[in-house]
Write a protein that binds this ligand. Sequence first.
Ligand SMILES: [Fe+2]
Ligand SMILES: [Fe+2]
Length: 141
Amino acid sequence: MRSEFISMAAPLLENPMVSRLSMCTHHRNKNRLTHVKEVAWFSFLLGKKFSLDTTAIVRGSLLHDLFYYDWLREGPRLHGFRHPDISLKNARKVTELTPVEVDIIKKHMWPLTIIPPRYPESFVVCLVDTYCSARDYLDIK
Ligand SMILES: [Fe+2]
Ligand SMILES: [Fe+2]
């Protein structure tokens, strides 16, 4: 499983626009690259369990927070609403995206972004992102 995950993730992780996320603080002391990798891994495991499109899940997860500002100190107002579109715009510079990958990135903040996920893959990433974010702040092991 791990090697399948790595083979899906490696091409994006080797892209400088993605690896640069390691320079961005995201939650507490966790950098943004670590966060997107965690979301990708747990979403991949759930995707396998439910026989979903795990390639889209891994790629969408790795690109879902593709922005470079410190969201606690700078960046646009209403960051929570706006960063999915910022991430999508940056992701399109990195790679071509499938409709499922676009939906994963655009809807990952649902229900904050009102339109619900269209695909089960987007719903999985949305749930896992919320779980990982909560875990970072609540110290859930
Ligand atoms: Fe996000
Ligand atoms: Fe996230």
